[in-house]
Design a binder for this molecule. Sequence first.
Ligand code: DGI
Ligand code: FE
Ligand code: FE
Length: 197
Amino acid sequence: MMPIEACKAEVAAKLSPARAQHSFNVAAAAVRLAEKYGADPAQAEIAGILHDYMKETPEKEQLQLLAQSGIIVQDTERCAPKLLHAMTGALAARTHFGVDDPAVLDAIRYHTTGRAGMTLLDKVLYIADFVSADRTYDGVDALRALADRNLDDAVFFGLAYTVGDLASHNRPIHEDTIRAYNELACACVRAEQEGNR
Ligand code: DGI
Ligand code: FE
Ligand code: FE
């Protein structure tokens, strides 16, 4: 794999200053969460640095890259081009940066949607992206506090927020987002059922 300092320099050269800073902030948040919850901080750091590497690449170019690699683009992904950068990001991490750790590649691949059966590293990156130092949305401090109390609850909150926000704007919701949300929603209902017995 490319040395970490070289990865950072590539990210800084490829992305706008704000997006590069976001990437480094996500890496810092991911390292902190990894240390707290027992994930590998080195995996968290590289996943954070690279997760949005393709975010500013034109849609057409991303579709070409995916086609060249034999990756099939689903209907939802075509209708929501913001989803492409997670797929092409994982691709670039492997081919351009020489990352061969599948756990890191998957964390990048699923950082926007989540997925059913998210690994600890997936969750760490997903939440680091929500709570990085540059985030200023209403409620970010509450989510930061929740992320420090219970990572799973924070992931569920983030997914529920995303699903609600997308539906309220009539946007398509990716199958992986729905599966991730339903898995945690069912776990929540089951816990209530257990409690009532
Ligand atoms: O790349 P970032 O901006 O740092 O964050 P991200 O990769 O989580 O992307 C967030 C965007 O992706 C936000 O505009 C909502 C959108 N998104 C996330 N899940 C879905 C989605 N968009 C659609 N249409 N469907 C999804 O399931
Ligand atoms: Fe992203
Ligand atoms: Fe991001």
